[in-house]
Design a protein around this ligand. Structure first.
Ligand code: SF4
Length: 416
C-alpha cells in the first residue's frame, strides 16, 4: 500500500478569479482521500489554501510515494484561475525530486502546459481513485464518507468555523455564456444518500454545513425535500443558488430547516454582456427582499468589466452592490474562459498568458484600472457606516465575530 498526499495548492488571485471572504474544505479531494483510504493506502491532504506552512518549502521535503495535485480549487472548477505560476513552481520541485505525480483539475482541459509534470487524470477525479490510472464508473449518487484532517481551519460567514461542505447537484444546466462547464456532467445525488451523508457528519460532530453546488436551486422540489429531510437534525447550513431558482422555493421551509445564508450570482445591474442571465433589476430587488424577509442572509457575486462595459458601468456595479440590502459581496473581474460562448465572441480581445490560459479580456477598459476598482469595490462595500449598522448583529455573533473580521482582513491582503 502506498503513502499518498493530495494537494490543494495555494494560488494567486491577482486575476480576480475568486475573491470571497471564506475558506471551505476541499470536498472532492476529501472524497478522493476517503476512496484511497478504503483501499488501505496511507493518506494525507495538504490544503495550502488554509495552511500556514509554505507550499514550496514543504515540496522540498515531500517524500510521498504518490502525490496527487489538483491544479486549482476543484470547488471552483467553473472559474479556474489563470495565474498558475505557484503551481508551476510546486510541480517543478516535485518533479526534480522524482516524485510520482498525478494531476487532476480543470486546467488540464484548458492547457497542455502542466501535462509534462505527471500523469493526467482528466475530468472528474473520483473515478480514478481505484487504480490511479484508468477512469472507472463512479457513482456520484452513492453515499460516501470523507477524509478530513484539519476541520478547524475552515470558516464561512454567518455559519462560522468548523464548517463541513456537502454536494447535492454536480454541474449546472443554466448555461450562462461566461461559465466554464467542461469538467462535470450535471446530475444530482439521490436524496436519501445525501441525507444519510449529512447524518454521518452530524455524528462526527459537525453542525454547520455549506453546500458547494454551483446552483442548489436548480431543482426547487429537490431543495425543498432536502430541507424537509434535515429539519430534525438541528444543523445550520448555507448554499449557492440562483434567484430564478429560489423564486419557486418555499424559503420559510429552508429557514426552518436551518438555512442561514444563500449566495447568489447578481453580476451587475444591466445584465449586458451576460445574455443567459434572465433577470432584471426589479426582480433582483424583489428576490433579495423575499430572502431577507424569510430571515435568511444573502451574499451576492458581482462581475466587473464584462464585454462592452464602460467605466461608468463598472462604477455603477459597485454602487448597485451597495444599494442592495445584502450581507456579503464578492467582486470578480470578468474572466474569458476558453470553451465558453463568451470567449468565442471576443477571442481577438483575450490576452493569453505563457501557460496557454486566458489571462484577461482587454476591451475598452484598462485592466489595471479594473483591478483598482476591484479593491475599491471591496473597501467601499464592507467599510461603510450603513453596512456596519445593517450587519452589526453579525459581527458580534459568537461564531462570526473575530473570525469574520479576520477573514475580511485576510481577503484585503489577498487582493493587494
Ligand atoms: S447559474 Fe452560475 S453556475 Fe450556472 S451556468 Fe450560470 S454562472 Fe454558471
Amino acid at each position: 500500500m502506498s503513502k499518498i498526499t493530495l494537494i490543494n495548492p495555494k494560488y494567486s488571485t491577482t486575476s480576480g478569479a475568486t475573491l470571497a471572504p471564506f475558506q471551505i474544505p476541499p470536498l472532492s479531494l476529501m472524497k478522493c482521500a476517503w476512496l484511497l483510504k478504503e483501499q488501505g493506502h496511507s493518506v494525507e491532504i495538504k490544503d495550502f489554501q488554509v495552511s500556514k506552512e509554505s507550499m514550496l518549502e514543504w515540496a522540498v521535503r515531500c517524500n510521498a510515494d504518490i502525490v496527487i495535485v489538483s491544479t486549482g480549487q476543484i470547488l471552483n472548477w467553473q472559474c479556474p484561475q489563470s495565474d498558475i505560476s505557484e503551481l508551476d513552481r510546486l510541480l517543478s520541485i516535485l518533479r526534480n525530486r522524482k516524485q510520482n505525480i498525478k494531476l487532476i483539475g480543470p486546467h488540464l482541459l484548458l492547457t497542455d502546459f502542466l501535462h509534462k509534470y505527471g500523469e493526467v487524470l482528466s475530468g472528474e477525479p473520483e473515478g480514478y481513485m481505484f487504480d490511479l490510472k484508468t477512469k472507472r464508473d463512479w457513482d456520484f449518487s452513492s453515499t460516501e464518507k470523507l477524509y478530513v484532517n484539519n476541520p478547524t481551519d475552515y470558516f464561512f460567514p454567518v455559519l462560522g468555523n468548523r464548517v463541513m461542505t456537502f454536494e447535492a447537484i454536480r454541474g449546472c444546466s443554466v448555461g450562462c455564456d461566461f461559465c466554464f462547464q467542461g469538467m462535470y456532467i450535471t446530475r444530482k445525488k439521490a436524496l436519501p444518500n445525501l441525507i444519510s451523508e449529512i447524518k454521518e457528519d452530524v455524528k462526527a460532530g459537525y453542525r454547520r454545513f455549506f453546500n458547494v453546488d454551483l446552483n442548489f436551486s436548480l431543482d426547487p422540489k429537490y431543495m425543498e425535500a432536502f430541507a424537509d429531510g434535515i429539519a430534525v437534525l438541528g444543523i445550520k447550513w448555507g448554499a449557492h443558488a440562483t434567484l430564478t431558482g429560489l423564486k419557486n422555493i418555499d424559503l420559510e421551509k429552508l429557514r426552518k430547516s436551518g438555512c442561514e445564508v444563500l449566495m447568489v450570482g447578481i453580476e451587475n445591474r444591466h445584465q449586458r454582456g451576460l445574455p443567459n442571465k434572465n433577470v432584471n433589476e426589479e426582480f433582483v430587488s424583489k428576490m433579495i427582499k423575499k430572502i431577507r424577509d424569510s430571515k435568511i442572509k444573502v451574499g451576492g457575486y458581482f462581475i466587473l468589466g464584462c464585454p462592452n462595459e464602460t467605466k461608468e458601468d463598472v462604477l455603477d456595479t459597485i454602487s448597485y452592490a451597495k444599494s442592495l440590502k445584502i450581507n456579503y459581496a464578492s467582486f470578480q473581474l470578468f474572466h474569458p474562459l476558453k470553451g465558453t460562448e463568451a470567449f468565442s465572441s471576443i477571442a481577438e480581445n483575450v490576452v493569453m498568458n505563457k501557460y496557454g490560459l486566458s489571462e484577461k479580456y482587454q476591451g475598452e477598459i484598462d485592466h489595471d484600472w479594473l483591478l483598482g476598482m476591484q479593491k475599491k469595490a471591496f473597501w467601499s462595500f464592507y467599510f461603510r457606516p450603513t453596512y456596519f449598522l445593517d450587519n452589526i448583529g453579525l459581527l458580534f455573533k459568537p461564531r462570526m465575530g473575530l473570525n469574520g473580521i479576520a477573514s475580511i482582513i485576510r481577503l484585503k491582503w489577498r487582493i493587494q
